[in-house]
Design a protein. Structure first.
Length: 133
């Protein structure tokens, strides 16, 4: 087992509104910026999402993007009026500087909803921290 690097910087963002998408192409759901201090290090990105499919049977896809580069994606499939949830942890190498991290989402053939403001069980949140190499 490799040793765990120490954490130097952190960023956190959570959805504070109700959002829907019917887009078949990725659209930004959450965004944050983090300024890293290490010459060589990693960004560790964690996200968690829960919402509902409100029309048609379809899949919801989520991808993590760092500085315009897609890093990793995940998806779920749900029938009409059913809940979905997705979570992921991604680790990617970065150099010192400012980095923009996006969580994007799309749906295959329906309308998906995340009612973070009005439904207690629905949310979207992302945490990013810098870790030593």
């Amino acid at each position: 087992i490799r040793g765990i690097g120490w954490v130097t910087r952190r960023a956190y963002v959570a959805l504070a509104t109700d959002e829907t998408t019917a887009s078949a192409t990725y659209a930004t759901l959450l965004t944050t910026t983090i300024a890293t201090s290490l010459e060589r290090g990693y960004l560790v990105i964690q996200f968690s999402v829960s919402g509902a499919q409100i029309t048609n049977v379809a899949s919801e896809s989520f991808q993590v993007v760092v500085d315009t580069v897609p890093i990793k994606a995940a998806y779920t499939s749900s029938p009409v009026n059913y809940a979905f949830s997705v979570s992921m942890v991604v680790r990617t190498a970065v150099t010192r500087g400012s980095h923009t991290v996006l969580l994007q989402w799309k749906t295959s053939a329906a309308t998906a909803r995340i009612s973070a403001l009005t439904v207690l069980e629905e949310h979207a949140a992302m945490s990013v921290h810098e870790e030593a190499a």
